[in-house]
Design a protein around this ligand. Sequence first.
Ligand code: NAP
Length: 498
Amino acid sequence: MTARRDNPSVVIIGAGMTGILMAIRMKQAGISNVTVLEKKESAGGTWRENTYPGVACDVPSHAYTYSFEPNPNWSSHFPAGREIHQYFKDVVSKYGVDSQIHFNEPATSCIYNDATQTWTVTTALGQYEADLLISATGILHHPNIPAFRGMESFAGACFHTARWDHSVELTGKRIGVIGTGSTAAQVIPELVNTAGTEVSVFQRTPQWTVSMEDHQFSDEEKQRFARSPWRMGLIRKMSAFVYSRGTAALTGDSWFDRLTHKIMAWNGRKTIENAVADPELRARLTPDYEFGCKRVVITSKFYDAIQQPNAHLVTDGIDCVEPEGIRTTDGKLHKLDIIVMATGFDPTAFMRPMEFLGSQGLSIEQAWEKKITAYRSMFLPHFPNFVLMLGPNSPIGNQSVIEISEIQANYLMQLVDDWRDGRLEAIEASEEATQRWAQLIKDKMKHTVWTSGCDSWYLDAEGDALTWPFTWNRWVKSMQSPDLQDFVRASPINATET
Ligand code: NAP
């Protein structure tokens, strides 16, 4: 083992859930030369950014937890964002990685130097040399803000859900919410329940939903979790099983998968039928695309909220924004004091915008010119010793994203071992393996529900989904151990067969 590889320098971009995880995994591997560059003032990523009323996790808390740091004190199955943010901050302190995090220091460029085989990472405050560069910037952090005509003329307050303006008083206001996705389903009930508000919901496409009731854990239950951690493990396993069955139903080819999909679709229709009394409103809230085509919205509150007298579902398209409100295509002006954009995110930006140049000056834009892809979602040819966590075709969906990051981290740490021990010259997927990987995904993608006719944030410019088109179990199996032959400059003697 060379001295450099014994304790390589590692730069991690982002101190969200994945960045924290990677800092801990590096520490556990005895790698101490780690710098985490965080663009904002605290760790926690999405849970720091999203502070809109009603923000919560729709994955059960005991599943949305690092496997190595169970938390018996979760207040409920679906705790508020604030509590989840605190969990991540506590983990940072407990595992002693806080000193490695450079807050308020966004990376502005990452450039690979072929001569030194290192990355130069530049921020407004300095430069860092890294043997290994890890992007842990998450998937949904660039707000999608549609450019409605006349937007700038609006006289009231207007903000995206991920940029909530807490200085704006909501009480007694006329609020327009654009969008009906997972975020909107959480924020709308809160706004409707705010005293004196009138809430107009601008729905372009209705959503399929699944109702999951929350449950507040009593002190006794929390004590039981602390005494018998297997109880938390059980919830985690049950949750993983349910979500993996759900994914199989959306991607699988067996009769059982198809039957499960039919049952889920039936349940989606029944949920609306049971929850929405007025047939006309029900019809407007019922999707005409396949169940699961868009990410299913988990909510037990949305239908109740939209039927309140102060809630108004608007299904005519948005024509333009005027100083007084939103004018829809039927010519009606919806007078508003506040516009809330629950309009989602750009999931294809990943670590951008920043200058990002791999070997021989290849830019990420050039590498992704034809298609945004990465070998096993994580590795790009010509970007040696660069790892993109939660990259394209990670099995995002309703599954716990922590589980996904942990599996990718395990896979990566095996490669790091191979690299440190000299079995790999660099952690860099070969062109051939990456193309093979992309083709495997593309061929299967056209048979999944995500490409069955709806529009969603899963879809790329070519209409392929950015998610994993096979079952969850197949993904877990495929991520057990790396095949070194798929990486360039692997020593054939040490290449493993998987
Ligand atoms: P989203 O699912 O992408 O929904 C965006 C909404 O805005 C959709 O209803 C969309 O309509 C609408 N919209 C976008 N552009 C529009 C335009 N120009 N005109 C009119 N409507 C427009 O975004 P999101 O609700 O923020 O959720 C994104 C993802 O974040 C989720 O799928 C989930 O993965 C994650 N999330 C998770 C949780 C959790 O608890 N774990 C909570 C919130 C979000 P169309 O459907 O017609 O495009």
